[in-house]
Design a binder for this molecule. Structure first.
Ligand code: C2E
Ligand code: MG
Ligand code: MG
Ligand code: MG
Length: 280
């Protein structure tokens, strides 16, 4: 009997595995032609200085509108793009487009807004990663001080030393480095001080639970203090409520990003966001 149950369970497991596999194959198939068919677009979400209420910069977020699959979330295709290594080309496009767009904004409004670009570990592992970044800056004319690369802790699961060396070099060129989704990965506070980062981004999960978890409240307060002691800027992401903003202000957090301020918008929507004098 146990054997039969086992068998049945195995069949269900197998079927869902099969479905997930097919979905991934399908995404990969269409992802391959997405680049040359111009199916990607960047959206931009503002980051606001918590003390002044002014926009300090934007995070570039990729959007894929496939004629076959419809809108596909980055949460569903970035992993596939990484496994198939397509992320190398997609990532280069994102970087170039984000820098080009931001330089254009600078030229039009005369304010050096920062642009934060998400970088995959697969991109960073490429031997020419540094060249790609520096060439992109040169070709677009964006100042290095206006570019922030967002990396996650997963980067350090790979060859830690070589990652640190690359990041240190980029930092020496003036480029900023942010540690994204902080607090959710395999965080070890001991390695934080070895990292050439400039910014900590507190993960949305902690912001979501601020209202009902004293642990999250303490976590946020302690991370802000720790970050400041280490000379880092602290950004909170996924702010949706006024109460969260108030708590973050009290905690001394530097910047906020979230739907409360604005959803990510296409490039043509950025001008309108910049017209707002103060967000709070
Ligand atoms: P992330 O880098 O942590 O980006 C923040 C995500 O939270 C974005 O989701 C953003 O739209 C969403 N978000 C921001 N504020 C709020 C809020 O108040 N409420 C809610 N519910 N969500 C909020 P998105 O654009 O779907 O991207 C998901 C993830 O996909 C990103 O997380 C990032 O890890 C990855 N990603 C997006 N674009 C790129 C890219 O160009 N390259 C790479 N390598 N990864 C990317
Ligand atoms: Mg990010
Ligand atoms: Mg994040
Ligand atoms: Mg994330």
């Amino acid at each position: 009997r146990a054997k039969e149950e086992g068998k049945g369970r195995y069949a269900v497991y197998d079927k869902s595995m099969h479905k997930a596999f097919n979905e991934r194959m399908n995404i990969e198939k269409h992802l391959r032609s997405a680049m040359k068919n111009n199916e990607f677009e960047l959206h931009y979400q503002p980051q606001v200085d918590i003390r002044t209420g002014l926009i300090s910069g934007f995070e570039a977020l990729i959007r894929w509108n496939s004629p076959v699959l419809g809108f596909v979330s980055p949460l569903d295709f970035i992993k596939v793009a990484e496994d198939s290594r397509l992320i190398i080309y997609i990532g280069e496009w994102v970087l170039r487009e984000a820098c080009r767009f931001t330089k254009d904004v600078h030229d039009r409004v005369g304010i050096p807004y920062k642009i934060s670009v998400n970088i995959s570990v697969i991109q960073m592992l490429q031997d020419d990663f540094i060249d790609v970044v520096l060439n992109t800056l040169q070709e677009t004319g964006l100042q290095p001080e206006c570019l922030e690369l967002e990396i996650t802790e997963s980067i350090f699961m790979e060859s830690f030393e070589s990652m640190v060396t690359k990041l240190e070099y980029l930092k020496s060129c003036g480029i900023l480095i942010a540690l994204d989704d902080f607090g959710t990965g395999y965080s070890s506070l001991s390695y934080l001080q070895q990292l050439p980062i400039s910014t900590l981004k507190i993960d949305k999960a902690f912001i979501d639970s601020l209202s009902d978890s004293t642990y999250s409240q303490s976590f946020v307060q302690i991370i802000v203090q720790l970050g400041h002691k280490m000379g880092l800027e602290v950004v909170a992401e996924g702010i949706e409520e006024e109460a969260q903003l108030a708590f973050l202000k009290d905690s001394g957090c530097d910047k906020v990003q979230g739907y409360l301020i604005s959803r990510p918008v296409p490039g043509r929507g950025v001008g309108k966001l910049l017209e707002v004098e103060r967000y709070f």
